[in-house]
Design a protein around this ligand. Structure first.
Ligand SMILES: C[C@H](O)[C@H](O)[C@H]1CNC2=NC(N)=NC(=O)C2=N1
Length: 111
């Protein structure tokens, strides 16, 4: 997987305006998501994890309660690659569809 050129990167980033680019580690993108609560954050992460395994491209992330901070970079490429852009788009899609899909909702039993 090739690292994106400056020109390729500028074009690619316009498709994912919510992600911030940073030049560190050869180039990476990051985004903070704030979900409703921990259950929603973890459901979000689970869907991302399943996609990441299928596509063999994985996020670096940190979760604190309802917050998920995600960083994407490609180690083999030594920076940002098209695979990071594709994963960011997929993550944005998963985020947009949270709670609207057919995934099981977790309910707290009322007593
Ligand atoms: C061995 C395996 O294919 C590699 O380590 C893959 C797995 N997932 C990965 N994910 C990310 N984000 N960057 C990589 O370079 C990477 N490499």
């Amino acid at each position: 997987m090739k690292r994106l050129t400056d020109l390729e990167r500028e074009a690619a980033l316009s498709a994912i305006p919510e992600w911030q680019y940073a030049a560190e580690r050869g180039g990476l993108i990051h985004r903070r998501f704030v979900l409703r609560d921990f259950t929603e954050a973890f459901a979000f992460m689970t869907q991302i994890a399943l996609h990441a395994e299928k596509s063999d491209h994985h996020p670096e992330w940190r979760n604190v309660y309802n917050r998920v901070d995600i960083t994407l970079t490609t180690h083999d490429a030594g920076g940002l690659s098209q695979r990071d852009i594709a994963l960011a788009q997929q993550i944005d899609r998963i985020h947009a569809h949270l709670g609207t899909g057919t995934q099981a909702q977790v309910h707290t039993r009322q007593t």
